[in-house]
Ligand binder design. Structure first.
Ligand SMILES: Cc1cc2nc3c(=O)[nH]c(=O)nc-3n(C[C@H](O)[C@H](O)[C@H](O)COP(=O)(O)OP(=O)(O)OC[C@H]3O[C@@H](n4cnc5c(N)ncnc54)[C@H](O)[C@@H]3O)c2cc1C
Length: 328
């Protein structure tokens, strides 16, 4: 069995791991210039050298026993480290968040910088994936592992019910501010939550194995971000810098580098499903949006979908299916 996966974030790579462990071939396509998805690290060239800031998920919690077991293996293999400053269950990719995704992606056939613009089903039920580069396939199954708004166009032409389900999980946006300072800020706390427009601010330099100099990540809350969707990043960066300095109670300090990134589809509340799988069409969808706005949800969803696909094609299968959809 050969499966094409659209996306190469954590959910896609977890699904790919389940499929390849069961002996299937997997090919992943991702539009990103490199690994990370929403667990990316932005590198900036500054006069202090290269500075990498985790500008998507700054860390992730491992709560459930299965995910904790997976994280324990990543820790053994040197992919992650605990981060008590982020919370009692918080973990970091090392040396940065994107490295975790890069190491998982290295186990698979991933084509980066490839924007998928369609999926087509042939007369024999075989699938083809169309991208800005080429037509790929044939595949026996196709999986979307992208945020819901990006999955709907793929699903709608083939399974209206799946597309409706994805439409019921709208994403919220998040503006991220990335700042590099010449000197360490005299901050009392290196992690701040819920201060004015700020949902979370993290001193990136304070994380283990991160490069100096002083760098901060600011995530604006969804209300603030959602009401500024059309603003330009050069307008947003100074607003988030002022918000950071107000939250830290510091006088306005010039940042050596100040930029902003919009995560248009940052998070979705979840719809109480683990994964979607149409066993007749051999079409599936996974991603954090099915369960909740956390990396653990992405991992859980990717694993659930991999097991559902395996149950159709032969391989490990443990999850129950009802009407072609995973019931968890
Ligand atoms: C601002 C922010 C803060 C967060 N904070 C936390 C946190 O504190 N704790 C936590 O646990 N989680 C956090 N998360 C959530 C966590 O990052 C996600 O749950 C997880 O990364 C989702 O993985 P995924 O595989 O479902 O999706 P993604 O990581 O989004 O992967 C989808 C991939 O699909 C690719 N793609 C999309 N469309 C196409 C296309 N048409 N063609 C080809 N490729 C495509 C994208 O490039 C991307 O790489 C945060 C996320 C954001 C954005």
């Amino acid at each position: 069995m050969k499966c094409g996966i659209i996306g190469a974030g954590l959910s896609a790579l977890t699904c790919a791991g389940e499929l390849s462990t069961a002996g299937h071939d997997v090919v992943l396509f991702d539009k990103g210039r490199g690994p990370g998805g929403r667990m990316s690290t932005r590198h900036m060239q500054t006069r202090f050298g290269d500075v990498g800031i985790d500008h998507g998920a700054p860390c992730f919690d491992a709560v459930g026993p299965d995910f904790r077991a997976a994280v324990a293996v990543w820790r053994r293999d040197g992919l992650v480290a605990p981060w008590p400053a982020g919370g009692p269950q918080a973990w970091l990719g090392i040396p940065d968040m994107a490295s975790l995704i890069a190491r998982l992606a290295a186990l698979h056939d991933v084509t980066w910088r490839t924007f998928v613009n369609g999926i087509m089903r042939g007369a024999r039920g075989d699938w083809h994936v169309s991208s800005d580069r080429s037509l790929h396939g044939p595949f026996d199954a196709v999986v979307t592992a992208v945020p819901p708004e990006q999955a709907v166009p793929f699903l709608a032409l083939h399974d209206l019910e799946m597309a409706r389900t994805a439409s019921a999980a709208p994403s919220r946006a998040c503006w991220a501010g990335l700042f590099v300072f010449e000197r360490a800020l005299p901050a009392a706390s290196l992690v701040l939550r819920d201060a004015g427009p700020i949902a979370l601010a993290v001193c990136n330099r304070a994380k283990p194995l991160r490069t100096k100099p002083e760098s901060w990540l600011v995530h604006a809350n969804s209300e603030w971000s959602g009401s500024r969707l059309e603003r330009k990043s050069e307008d947003i960066a100074p607003l988030l810098l002022s918000a950071l300095q107000a939250a830290l109670g510091l006088p306005v300090l010039p940042a050596h580098e100040a930029t902003a990134h919009q995560w248009r589809y940052a998070s979705s509340a979840g719809i109480g499903r683990a994964a979607l799988w149409n066993a007749d069409l051999k079409l599936g969808a996974c991603g954090d949006w099915l369960t909740g706005p956390h990396a653990e949800c992405a991992w859980t969803s990717g694993r659930a979908l991999g097991r559902l696909v395996n149950s159709t094609f032969g391989g490990v299968s443990v999850l129950p299916e009802k009407d072609g959809l995973c019931v968890l």
